[in-house]
Design a protein around this ligand. Structure first.
Ligand code: ARG
Length: 457
């Protein structure tokens, strides 16, 4: 009979046990379940709710259970539903009725809330570390190719010449916001729900603050009903993960384009690509494509959590057991991205000549011409129009912008001088963008120094 079976007269149907078990996925919470139970029984003893000797026996038995789980010497059985009941029942097996005191003033509803909060707090710290490594890889690659020039794109059309490092540092900024979002979400994860019981707290004189101190939470939850019903912190976390995955997916899309024959800007290391079973010449950027695909999965997890919670009446409902499937899948997916991307970025090779050649397209410097006119006092709209007319003339003549003579240029731009003909060098164009946030060499160099200092390497 189940631990809760007192009022039942028949056993759970086998299919129902299979339908309702969560041990197959919540077993990964075992360490935090044990840490939480140890803090709980220690407090129960201090408050004289259970004998001190019982608390000690329970704590040392919990350590043994943890070792058994870690050595693979622990039996799982779906009849015991979840990790909480597996551990409690192992305690009772070892200590008899004294072991059963562990669950005084506690429900699985506040216990699972505690376990996931402990687990996620730990995971968030690791995720932030992983994001920092990802940023370091991007900064290292940028630093190694500080002067590499490439065309920047809008609408996937050549826009203006930029430094490759500037492009990479844009991703470093995105990842920085991801790390900030996680750190912010950690503040709301770091609230201690134990003591909320099933819904309405406990009649026993428990000391919740002591448990919070022991488990290093910043505070205890203020409302027992909210505490057992709340999964906002998980939704926030998975939403931060979804945004991170979206950033990884955008980077992946850039890399996929750049290693295509059409762009030919980079080569990814063989260790991060796969071949075709049919076409011998192929080397495909599968890792990047998989990230686009897996990002959809992380969005799916976020949608599942939001949908799961929207119709739930207060407080705990069993629907909430499914939260872990979504949370773990999103976490595992993001952790894999964090493992694969830093080495993939560090080992990718740039084809700097191809990048520079693409950035040599003189039309990328059309804006520079218009800005030169602004310097000479021409209103920008007029300047834009004149350079537009030059572009039109060139197209009609079948010439590139830098192939026209000064006389030809003067047809559209009467103010043009010889200086105008020298504006088509992408390196000069970049050098002139020397404003904060711009792609100028000096500015990007300052940004690189900033990130190296901030990321401590
Ligand atoms: N396995 C459950 C979950 O993950 C634990 C809480 C169950 N509570 C209950 N009253 N059935 O949410």
């Amino acid at each position: 009979m189940a631990l809760w079976g007192g009022r039942f007269s028949s056993e759970t149907r086998n299919e129902v046990a299979q339908y309702s078990e969560s041990i197959s996925f919540d077993r990964r919470l075992y360490h935090f379940d044990i840490v939480g139970s140890k803090a709980h029984v220690t407090m129960l003893a201090t408050q004289k709710i259970i004998p001190a000797a019982t608390a000690e026996a329970i704590c040392s038995e919990l350590d043994k259970i943890e070792q058994r789980i870690e050595s693979g010497d622990f039996k799982y059985d779906i009849a015991l539903e979840d990790i909480h009941m597996h551990i409690e029942s192992a305690l009772i097996d070892a200590l008899g009725a004294e072991g059963a005191r562990v669950h005084s003033a506690r429900s699985r509803n506040d216990q699972i809330a505690l376990d996931i909060r402990l687990y996620l707090r730990d995971e968030v710290d690791k995720l932030i570390g992983g994001i920092r490594d990802f940023q370091r890889a991007l900064v290292a690659q940028s630093h190694a190719n500080k002067t590499a020039v490439m065309p920047g794109f809008t609408h996937l059309q050549h826009a203006q010449a930029v430094l490759f490092a500037h492009h990479m540092l844009a991703y470093v900024e995105m990842l920085d916001r991801d790390a900030e979002r996680l750190a912010d979400c950690r503040r709301r994860i770091n609230v201690m729900p134990l003591g909320s019981g099933a819904i309405a707290g406990s009649t026993l004189p428990i000391d919740r603050e002591a448990v919070a101190r022991e488990l290093k939470f910043s505070r205890v939850s203020r409302n027992s009903m909210d505490a057992v019903a709340d999964r906002d912190f998980a939704i926030e976390l998975v939403s931060a993960l979804a945004i991170f995955a979206m950033h990884s997916s955008r980077l992946s899309e850039d890399l996929i384009l750049w290693c295509s024959q059409e762009f030919d800007f980079i080569e990814l290391d063989d260790a991060f690509c796969t071949g075709s079973s049919l076409m011998p010449q192929k080397k495909n950027p599968d890792v990047c494509e998989l990230t686009r695909g897996k990002t959809a999965r992380v969005y799916g997890a976020l949608t599942a959590l939001l949908t799961m919670c929207k119709g739930l009446p207060l407080t705990y409902n069993r629907d909430l057991q499914e939260d872990k499937v979504a949370i773990f899948d999103a976490l595992d997916t993001v952790k894999m991205i964090l493992q694969v991307y830093p080495p993939m970025i560090e080992t990718m090779k740039l084809k700097k000549d191809h990048m520079l050649a693409a950035a040599g397209d003189p039309s990328l410097m059309a804006t520079d011409l218009a800005e030169k006119l602004v310097e000479l006092g021409v209103p920008f709209r007029t300047a834009h129009h004149r350079v537009g007319a030059l572009v039109k003339y060139c197209r009609e003549q079948g010439k590139a912008l830098n192939e026209v003579s000064l006389e030809e240029m003067k047809i559209s731009i009467p103010e043009a001088t010889l200086e105008f003909l020298a504006l088509f060098d992408p390196i000069e164009s970049i050098a002139k963008r020397d404003i904060v946030g711009g792609t100028g060499f000096e500015q990007v160099s300052k940004q690189l120094d900033f990130w190296k200092k901030t990321l401590d390497f």
